[in-house]
Design a protein around this ligand. Structure first.
Ligand code: F0G
Length: 470
């Protein structure tokens, strides 16, 4: 008989290397293959599992939403990430996100009305898409009896981990951030939720190396996206996008690329839906780097690295990283969430780009902030990294890669209030503030600035100002 959720024989972890392919039990705590060091997938024997008869049938769980597991935008798709029993599930109400048809932004991107959609992940409880993955990683952590969980972060993973620890009281959070590298919105969350917050003198790439060592040394559960369970949760972003489009896949998914967890998860989601016969056509994937943190662009677009069904010539990447080290080149962008030069999921992302016939582009901080202002004007608002998706879609329209009538979904990964410093500096009349925050990043102008009007505390003056500017 087919099982609703997996047991030891139907769900396992598997090394993504086609030459290795080693498998491990679900309960094992691993962030790399013990045999060859490559990344791991959560894999299933789908033929022995109860899979949905159609994508539409997944909607039934919403009617049972008084059960928190059906309310969750991750776990109502449990049958597509069936690595745990229903009673093992941890949820904090994640995944109640917004899918918006945004004609104002479509105009900016040069798409026809009705063709551009924003998937707003800032609606998650901690304000970013990370909660999708954290719900799954936390569930796995609890299954393994973990008492502490840690991450390195540009701010959102740490906020999410800290929140799950605070809400569930199941574990203690230890978060590593680069000193001065994360926005105040995100730092304030980790502090408020009570996480042990370690600010190291270095950037995200440095923190990532350290947190792995610390987790190894102290036996702490690591929740960065090298953890394959994180990516299982993040597949649900695509399930919700498809659901919002009545299960009709769009032409394009456009997503910012940092550590490349999302893009990897999206590719896995589509590969599995296709394998299960639930989806006939897979959308194309565009991954957008910030120009100051453009490793994926350099390796995929400029040096032509490809997944090639798993036989990747990693020497090209190794040479690239060696040069970064020699030149002491560090990632640098106003989109601090994606200020990453050594994306841990690089190989999985290559695989996703193969599955989804993907493209990679990079956009400047100027383009990111202008796109962000346009998103804000549409009434949703996002943090800088998220707007890379919109800036990237615009670039791909200019190139003619995306057609004017294509249906495009841009993923807005984080909430507008995560990084008010960047937003206020963009709209400010204070040149000094502009220069300090943005000029130093090569941003020259705020094309869509909405400047505050300074006025005396006097009714007559206020009325005059409103008449003048209103
Ligand atoms: N957008 C936001 C708002 C992010 O916080 C991140 C990553 C990304 C995009 C990139 O996503 O890594 O899946 O390619 N933030 C991580 C963090 C690194 O620590 O919060 P990715």
């Amino acid at each position: 008989m087919r099982r609703a959720v997996a047991d030891k024989t139907t769900a396992f972890q598997r090394c993504i290397s086609s030459e290795c392919g080693a498998t491990y039990a679900i309960e094992e705590v691993l962030v790399a293959c013990s045999r060859c060091g490559d990344l791991l997938d959560v894999d299933y024997r789908w033929d022995a599992l109860e899979v949905p008869a159609s994508l539409g049938s997944l909607e039934a769980s919403w009617a049972r939403r008084r059960d928190p597991r059906c309310y969750s935008g991750v776990w109502r798709f449990h049958s597509l990430l069936p690595f745990c029993a229903a009673d093992a599930i941890v949820t904090a109400g994640e995944g109640q996100t917004l899918f918006q048809c945004a004609d104002g932004v479509a105009k900016y991107v040069d798409l026809n009305p009705g063709r551009l959609f924003l998937q707003y992940e800032g609606m998650n409880p901690s304000g970013s898409f990370k909660d999708n993955g954290m719900a799954a990683a936390f569930t796995h952590a609890r299954m393994t009896g973990a008492r502490h969980a840690a991450c390195a972060s540009t701010g959102n993973t740490s906020a999410s981990l800290a929140m799950y620890c605070a809400v569930t009281r199941l574990m203690k959070a230890v978060v590593f951030v680069g000193s001065g590298k994360i926005s105040y919105g995100k730092l304030s969350q980790a502090l408020d939720y009570g996480a042990l917050t370690v600010q190291i003198a270095g950037d995200f790439d440095d923190a990532m190396v350290r947190v792995r060592e610390v987790c190894d040394t102290l036996g702490i559960y690591l929740v960065n996206s090298v953890n394959p369970f994180r990516l299982e949760g993040q597949k649900s972003i695509m399930f919700r996008v498809l659901e919002s489009l009545r299960w009709e896949p769009p032409d394009w998914i456009v997503v910012p690329g940092g550590n490349l967890g999302n893009s990897s998860a999206f590719g896995k989601a589509f590969a599995e839906l296709k394998q299960l016969g639930l989806l006939q056509r897979v959308p194309r994937l565009a991954v957008i780097n910030a120009a100051g943190a453009d490793t994926l662009y350099q390796l995929y677009d400029r040096r032509n690295m490809r997944w090639n069904q798993g036989s990747v010539d990693m020497r090209v990447a190794e040479n690239y990283y060696r040069r970064l080290d020699e030149e002491q080149k560090k990632a640098s962008t106003i989109a601090s969430a994606i200020e990453i030069n050594r994306p841990v999921n690089f190989r999985k992302c290559l695989r996703a780009l193969e599955v989804c016939d993907g493209v990679v582009r990079r956009v400047s901080d100027q383009e990111i902030l202008d796109a962000k202002a346009q998103v804000g004007l549409g009434g949703v608002g996002c943090e800088p990294a998220s707007a890379a998706s919109v800036a990237g879609a615009r670039l791909l329209r200019t190139e003619g890669v995306i057609g004017p009538d294509d249906r495009v979904v841009c993923i807005l990964t984080g909430h507008q209030l995560k990084d008010p410093t960047a937003t206020v500096a963009y709209h400010t009349t204070d040149q000094e503030q502009f220069n300090k925050v943005l000029g130093s990043r090569g941003v020259r102008r705020a094309s869509f600035a909405n400047r505050a009007v300074a006025v005396a505390n006097d009714l007559g003056e206020i009325v005059k100002a409103i008449r003048l500017y209103g």
